[in-house]
Design a protein around this ligand. Structure first.
Ligand SMILES: O=C[C@H](O)[C@@H](O)CC(=O)C(=O)O
Ligand SMILES: [Zn+2]
Length: 276
């Protein structure tokens, strides 16, 4: 089998607060995400976001249907954004080839039937959510992203947020995706923290050294827990949870949301003094 999936059920915050390390990791952390020659999915019941990977190597990999979507084709009632965190590659969508460079993203609209991933050294991170309308397949590049510079060196959170999905780049049904990178020495993401019960979020941490990790914070603002996240692992952030973290060294991350709106500004900020 070149396509594998697992299912993660949605857990409420009271249940989550009672979980130990192993159970928190089983429910919210995605380890072994990338595997050569495979397409791997984690199908989450939070907003039915599917988080996955495709690493084609010398061959090519097809996007195959999986049982949790209950459809004949994976994208019959879904949209997808593919993020290439590896070497340049190409993705064919219904016979049309799209060159996807390092850190490029490809939006693939609902209804695409034949999707194939190629490129030796390419490493594709996949995000998919239910869709209600078909929008054109569109290449999204860092140069076309909306950039926000936040934080400061003194608080170790100086970083640039690149909103690849924005009003000028592509229209989507639910998916909003971007990348955050840091100034040297800054390690804190998304601090001050926030929640947005309207949308779940997934984080993929990458560009970490092998012995480094991100101490990822989750949970309700007054009841936080942590996950130790290694290179190229992803985290599911429930709609009720904060999602922030500090690295023991440098890293980059991809964030993606799906839910009731696509409004970046619709967040509930958590005051620094209120976190527990
Ligand atoms: O809802 C938005 C997401 O949490 C990210 O945009 C936050 C982030 O990348 C950061 O502050 O570092
Ligand atoms: Zn967020």
């Amino acid at each position: 089998m070149t396509t594998q999936y697992d299912i993660r059920f949605a857990i409420d915050p009271v249940t989550a607060a009672g979980l130990g390390t192993e159970e928190l990791r089983e429910n919210f952390l995605i380890e072994d995400l990338f595997a050569l020659g495979e397409v791997r999915w984690t199908y989450s019941h939070y907003d039915r976001m599917a988080v996955g990977s495709a690493v084609p190597g010398e061959g090519s990999l097809a996007l195959e249907p999986i049982k949790p979507t209950g459809t004949g084709a994976f994208l019959e009632r879904r949209e997808m954004i593919v993020v290439n965190i590896g070497e340049p590659g190409s993705i064919s969508v219904d016979g049309q080839d799209h060159a996807v460079g390092s850190r490029d993203m490809l939006y693939i609209g609902m209804g695409a039937k034949d999707v194939r991933f190629a490129g030796n050294g390419a490493k594709y991170y996949l995000l998919s959510a239910p869709a209600h309308a078909r929008y054109p397949t569109t290449l999204l590049q860092q140069s076309g992203a909306k950039r926000l510079d936040l934080g400061s060196n003194a608080t170790a959170n100086e970083r640039s947020i690149f909103q690849y999905v924005n009003a000028d780049s592509v229209k989507t049904c639910q998916l909003v995706v971007g990348l955050t990178q840091f100034a040297p020495g800054s390690v804190w993401n998304t601090m001050p923290a926030h929640v947005h019960d309207r949308r779940m979020e997934a984080y993929l941490y990458f560009d970490l050294q092998p012995d480094a990790f991100v101490m990822h914070l989750m949970g309700e603002p007054q009841e936080t827990r942590h996950l130790i996240v290694r290179n190229e692992e992803a985290v599911l952030s429930p709609p009720w949870s904060v999602h922030a973290g500090a690295g023991t060294g440098a890293y980059t991350f991809i964030w993606a949301m799906a839910g009731d709106n696509v409004d970046y500004t619709d967040v509930d900020k958590v005051a620094m003094e209120d976190l527990r």
